[in-house]
Write a protein of this length. Sequence first.
Length: 481
Amino acid sequence: MRNRILTFVLLLVACGNLCAQQKKSSDLLPAEQEIMLKYGADRLGKRHDAAMERFRSHRLGAFIHWGLYAIPGGEWNGKVYNGAAEWLKSWANVPSEEWMKLMNQWNPQRFDATKWARMAKEMGVKYVKITTKHHEGFCLWPSKYTKYTVANTPYKKDILGELVKAYNKEGIDVHFYFSVMDWSHPDYRYDIKSEDDEIAFRRFLEFTDNQLKELASLYPTVKDFWFDGTWDESIKKNGWWTAHVEQMLKEMLPGVTINSRLRADDYGKRHFDSNGHLMGDYESGYERRLPNPVKDLKVTKWDWEACMTIPENQWGYHKDWSLSYVKNSVEVLERIVHAVSMGGNMVVNFGPQPDGDFRHEEKELAEAVGRWMKKNGECVYGCDYAGLEKQDWGYYTRNGNDIYMVVFNLPFSKWLTVKTPKELKPVEAVTLDGQKVEVVETTNNEYNVKVPEKIIGDPFVIKLKVEIVNGSVDKYKAALT
Ligand code: H79
């Protein structure tokens, strides 16, 4: 009998565990079941101040991953590693002192911040996220808290400072990527297992605070901090610190935006707190992947930003891009529009060469994206989720009463199906260069939109003007089944 009871109890525990695992982090608890948290979400719902509106309306950004890892470009002692180039130190088990000898080779003679800014401008990105410090610990600014900085290389100059100035001059916002995990710091801990660990990690957190305060005061035009390397137990056990960092930066830089990846709550829950509320200002979990446009519409309720690599998974410069599939410009554009169609931003990554120039594939891709954006950017900038049922031909985006149909897949029928909610009626359809497009009503709240005669090879956009109607009459008979 006792055995039976024990089995029953074990089953209950197992089931409880399973249910807990199945519960997704973003699922909300009913209000009455919410628990008290000291370090949970600071706010419910989206931010609506001017700085956040600006972040949101930009929609398209670029990522720059540049550090010592660009020098070996994925190769160590004659062996080429397929993994992400910025993780090479870890793949090849290189001790920090040895890795940091790469600093003697940091001399990017072709680096020209003005050219980088022009390239970003041409591509149509509204902001650039720069790796101030990646996991390796090398700082692109002359930090006074470590010797591992640009100041102690043959190049000497403050790369970050030059970039902030050049991008801002082009009207492009700068966001700072910052890895909390720092492989170069003796006090970093992956977990806290002893009092010594606790003392060391306290020192590490102070060092990190100092670096962040330094960044905020040296470069006060920075608009956003994007934290990475925050997944370790040591950080999850110090949720208080992640809340403190967000508060500290917001006090120093009014309006600054912070990604959800920084945060852990009282129980070590990340991104979304134990009550299911988003921490930080926008979700940053979509890395090299996007929410499903049919199943994941819940993301339209909060702000989010996705980031993507051009090859499968290379952020820093890797010398051999033939090791994985490399996306073409249409595939990149499709991901940009996909993100916007669900109310998110998209950040496309670049990994500059050690000489300070960009590889030709990246230059060509930036140009192609820029050409398309110049013509069609209206369906990206300032746009949001449209609230219409997804169709196979592509994605909808929306700006007020203008709905954009961004067509990536042409149907043989040459008709594009549109299904609208009851209260919404298309009144006019035009291409972005003003050609009128035929719209035929096929049944209640369903329309066919004609593919324009003159379409070229690129994905194209049809602007659908809509009006809000109250209580439409069902003209078509429903089937009696
Ligand atoms: O900077 C780029 C990447 O280097 C960084 N984020 C983007 C923007 C990144 N790398 N990995 N990750 C993010 C995900 C983390 C994976 C991990 Fe693991 C899983 C870390 C610890 C467990 C795999 C296994 C990598 C190390 C051990």
